[in-house]
Design a protein around this ligand. Structure first.
Ligand SMILES: Nc1ncnc2c1ncn2[C@@H]1O[C@H](COP(=O)(O)OP(=O)(O)OP(=O)(O)O)[C@@H](O)[C@H]1O
Ligand SMILES: Nc1ncnc2c1ncn2[C@@H]1O[C@H](COP(=O)(O)OP(=O)(O)OP(=O)(O)O)[C@@H](O)[C@H]1O
Ligand SMILES: [Mg+2]
Ligand SMILES: [Mg+2]
Lengths: 254, 254
């Protein structure tokens, strides 16, 4: 069983879209998958067609009382994975939880039992290196980094790596498991140049599969459906299928 | 003199690009402009061709000791506006500053004198509603919201509005001064639909000028130049010129 944290503090690089794309493809492949929405924006929850305002429980309560475990907050989705959703309550929680003892360990503690019910757990992080992202990193086995082929995202890697180094105090084996280049428009030469720079620096960590800019991926969240259901023949859906196949090979599955 | 906070918790919507685009156009129009980089990613600082690692002072020190004012941390840029830059130190500061008395008022206090040396102060916020963004909102007269015409960004507006309502406890006159629709690709029907929805809900608050998706705006940060210098004849540069003209009309200047 593997816990992956989708983290990159640069905003809008495809963290949520990749958590959803890979998560649903893993479930379609027959694996037991849990997705966790750790972003107060609740984008992952919305993208699965779930209205955060109608939920009984959420990840906020899981963090608030980690020794009670996480099972009570799990909801099934219509697309295969289970979900621990986020609601608005999460928005003010970072400062509230900041004063707690062991504040970086809350999520990992809550997942102690829950994680063994799944083959994969994917955690969608907010665009920051604050308490929620650190909780995701402490709970994770590896980090999957979605990286837009833009300058600001490329320049964000060193800061991400130094945060990972700090988190190793609580999670010694944590490392970057893979980097996925996202939103690539083949017509844009700057995308090519930046993709090359990423491959040069990070070598085999970078997945061969690249996620193209595909308008269906902009539309799918409006329908509350993952790309594999909204537009299964689209370039976006194909790319996430290919990426998931590659990921399964890396983790020695199938 | 007007202080504008560029805030939107959804990541990657064009906050930094708009702070820079409008800031440099205001300076070109002969106005005295101060930009403040309040994002630990230091993207605004980098986009102005400044290396955060070479700086003596930064916004972190301004927040740490607000009664010393902000002038000491101001650096000139090659493009007109002055800048209070961000450095890596800012990354850990949110949790450190969270315990301070009056933690939401730090930036406003620091700008008490400094603000009167400028016609416009623009503050670039990180993609969150945490302490830095709240500091920007408390210090601001109005909020300028860059809004990508995507579902997740559109759905982020209510949460932003409720945060503004909370901040009014410290800044009673705070309101949204304007909304700018960004990264619009005329070929993408979902962009049109979402832009229409934004205009329907927010009416005159939404600027007539729309910022198109323009690859020059992806390239410019790599050159460390604002769009008005990197590609003055591009659609991106034209759009920020038009937007700034519209903004000046709203504020009754020229
Ligand atoms: N490959 C793609 N092609 C086109 N649009 C995409 C693609 N991937 C994501 N998007 C769209 O771009 C926007 C940003 O993606 P997403 O929200 O997944 O990024 P994020 O990193 O989770 O953002 P945040 O930092 O705010 O959490 C979304 O509106 C999404 O629909
Ligand atoms: N109109 C545009 N056309 C094309 N690319 C754009 C446009 N505006 C911004 N960009 C690019 O898109 C990315 C996101 O923009 P930017 O970094 O300004 O957003 P942001 O809201 O400041 O992001 P963050 O939430 O991480 O602070 C950047 O790489 C930028 O170069
Ligand atoms: Mg997201
Ligand atoms: Mg920014």
């Amino acid at each position: 069983m593997t816990v992956l944290a989708l983290t990159m503090q640069k905003g809008g690089v495809g963290k949520t879209t990749t958590t959803l794309g890979v998560g649903t493809e893993l479930a379609q492949a027959g694996l037991r998958v849990l997705l966790i929405d750790l972003d107060p924006q609740s984008n992952l929850t919305m993208a699965l067609g779930i209205n955060p305002e109608e939920l009984q429980h959420s990840v906020y309560e899981v963090l608030l009382n980690p020794t009670a475990g996480a099972d009570f907050a799990i909801v099934p989705t219509a697309y295969g994975p289970d979900l621990i959703p986020a609601t608005l309550e999460l928005a003010g929680a970072e400062l509230t939880l900041a004063g707690r003892f062991g504040r970086e360990l809350l999520l990992r503690t809550a997942l102690t039992e829950t994680r063994y019910n799944y083959d994969f757990v994917l955690i969608d992080s907010p665009p920051s290196l604050g308490l929620f992202t650190v909780n995701a990193m402490v709970a994770a086995d590896e980090i999957l980094v979605p990286l837009q082929a833009h300058v600001f995202a490329r320049k964000a890697m060193p800061q991400l790596e130094s945060t990972i180094a700090l988190v190793r105090q609580s999670n010694p084996l944590l490392q970057i498991g893979g980097i996925v280049v996202t939103m690539v428009d083949r017509r844009t030469s700057v995308n090519q140049l930046i993709e090359e720079s990423i491959r040069e620096t990070y070598g085999d960590l970078v997945y061969a599969t690249v996620i193209p800019f595909n308008v269906r991926l902009v539309e799918a969240p409006a329908a509350g459906q993952p790309i594999s259901r909204y537009a299964p023949d689209s370039a976006g859906a194909r790319a996430y299928r290919d990426l998931t196949q590659e990921l399964l090979q890396r983790y020695g599955i199938k």
